[in-house]
Write a protein that binds this ligand. Structure first.
Ligand code: CP
Length: 335
């Protein structure tokens, strides 16, 4: 029987089978081809979606807006500054109101339990645009980017530089386990303030899923082990949206040895690519980049500018793929 995701929520990739994930990736590739060829695909005309953002965004917001408009839908953006959400009305009450007006709801915010509760109350499909725990639309775009480079990723190795228990590292580990991709986390293993580790239960669950699909999960602080035979080197910021400033003095020196530089890239496969969910602190062209340069004397954080701008970097292709994959998710769940 074919895959049918009509009416489903998209809250975390653990809720989906590998067949369903591959269906979404194929659909996203089709939409990308149509967009490039200028073929209209206003398949969801007459429908309306609302985007709830409790945190800032460039890629996710724009991806949902453009994808929704390409599909012919009306799109409303709401943040706490321009709605009652959070201040005068709970997320749950907001969801119950919006579920009576809209055909689908995107949510970016805090705990995973909020998006789960929203989905339970809304009565229409709800899509996770990032929670503290998971970033599933990012992971889908990442795998589409990898497939465009290498074809089937089964049996290849993806190494994530940084810490576990971030929404991007968690979702990358999950999708790799589900698709039979070897996953390696490379970062400091010291149990010290500022470091973060995968939640043991999620790690164990992913190890079981990976074993079912013939792949492995490795956690190491050894860059040579992490890069050996890797097809993808991936990283994310060391100081994210919710990293308190008090943690910076511990976090930055702890992760500095794990910056992806040209020397690190050279240890991976010759055809390896560099990926990053963005935004990135690869130079001092941001206020935070400048502040870190002044306080810590470093002008690049998680990746060197040379790698970010270099021939192995696929970061802007990856960012574009957010839109094609989000379009696939909205279409598959609303059609
Ligand atoms: N990668 C990502 O989620 O980007 P935004 O925070 O800009 O949405």
């Amino acid at each position: 029987m074919g895959v049918n995701l009509s009416g489903r929520n998209f809250l975390k990739l653990l809720d989906f089978t590998p067949e369903e994930i591959n269906y979404l990736l194929d659909l996203a590739a089709d939409f990308k081809r149509m967009k490039r060829a200028g073929v209209p695909h206003r398949y969801l005309e007459g429908k309306n979606v609302v985007l709830l953002f409790e945190k800032t965004s460039t890629r996710t917001r724009c991806a949902f807006e453009v994808a929704g408009m390409d599909l012919g839908m009306g799109v409303t953006y709401l943040d706490p500054g321009s709605s009652q959400m959070g201040k005068k009305e709970s997320i749950e009450d907001t969801a119950r109101v919006l579920g009576r007006m809209y055909d689908g709801i995107e949510y970016r915010g805090y705990g995973q339990e909020l998006v789960e509760e929203l989905a339970a109350k809304a009565g229409v499909p709800v899509w996770n645009g990032l929670t503290t725990e998971f970033h599933p639309t990012q992971a889908l775009a990442d795998v589409l980017t990898m497939r465009e480079e290498f074809g089937d990723m089964h049996g290849r190795k993806v190494t994530y530089f940084g810490h576990g228990d971030g929404n991007t590292s968690d979702s990358t580990m999950v999708v790799c386990a589900q698709l039979g991709i070897d996953f390696c986390l490379c970062g400091p293993l010291d149990d010290v303030p500022g470091n973060l580790f995968f939640k043991p239960e999620l790690l164990e669950q992913c190890r079981v899923i990976a074993a079912e699909h013939g792949s492995t999960i490795t956690i190491t602080d050894d860059i040579a082990e992490a890069t050996e035979n890797a097809s993808v080197l991936y990283t994310d910021v060391w100081i994210g949206m919710s990293t308190p400033r008090e943690i910076w003095p511990q976090r930055i020196p702890l992760f500095e040895p794990y910056r992806i530089t040209r020397e690190v890239m050279a240890q991976a496969r010759p055809d390896a690519i560099f990926m990053h969910c963005l935004p990135s602190f690869h130079d001092t062209e941001t206020t935070i980049g400048q502040e870190v340069a002044e306080q810590y004397g470093i002008t690049e954080m998680e990746v060197s500018d040379e790698v970010f701008e270099g021939p192995q970097s696929r970061v802007f292709q990856e960012a574009e793929n957010r839109m094609h994959t989000i379009k696939a998710v909205m279409y598959a769940t609303l059609k």
